[in-house]
Design a protein around this ligand. Structure first.
Ligand SMILES: [Zn+2]
Length: 151
């Protein structure tokens, strides 16, 4: 049994259990490994380094092993397409708070605003400060193709 550190395109990190490295490679090639946070199937393997992601003690999460029922996306889906899909998923599941991102993230963290997924703009310093307060933020470069009015 192999425990591998995995990461999706949105930088969610999780662990997967595999019979062997070959097992991981074949499941990965068939897009059978999904991120437990967002369902992304573009999974890459992290070098095993115990110092990664040290903030907060998190329970290790098993990657759900999808049933081989043939309903998965075709293997030839390019990284680009997978990335666009992942970003689109985020855009459609978050509320745009624009420049108020850091402020809103804090209000949610401290229970002053409703718990919800938000997106917006924050400077590197702001994002860094939020992380130091224990607030989970991630940077998501949005491809040019998806910019513009969001319905
Ligand atoms: Zn993810």
């Amino acid at each position: 049994m192999k425990v591998l550190d995995l990461r999706c395109l949105q930088d969610h990190r999780f662990e997967g259990w595999f019979a062997s490295e070959d097992d991981f490679r074949s499941q990965s090639a068939q897009l059978l490994i999904e991120c437990p946070c967002c369902g992304d199937t573009s999974i890459s393997r992290l070098p095993s380094a115990p110092r990664l992601n040290v903030s907060g003690a998190r329970e290790p999460q098993a990657a759900p092993t999808a049933a081989a029922d043939g309903s998965k996306a075709p293997v030839e889906m390019t990284m680009q397409a997978a990335w666009l899909r992942a970003v689109q998923h985020v855009l459609s599941h978050t509320v745009d708070v624009g420049e108020r991102f850091a402020e809103e993230a804090r209000r949610i963290h401290y229970g002053e605003a409703d718990e919800r997924a938000i997106r917006g703009r924050a400077t590197r310093d702001e994002a860094e400060a939020l992380r130091e307060e224990g607030i989970d933020v991630m940077s998501l470069p949005v491809p040019q193709a998806l910019k513009g009015p969001v319905q």
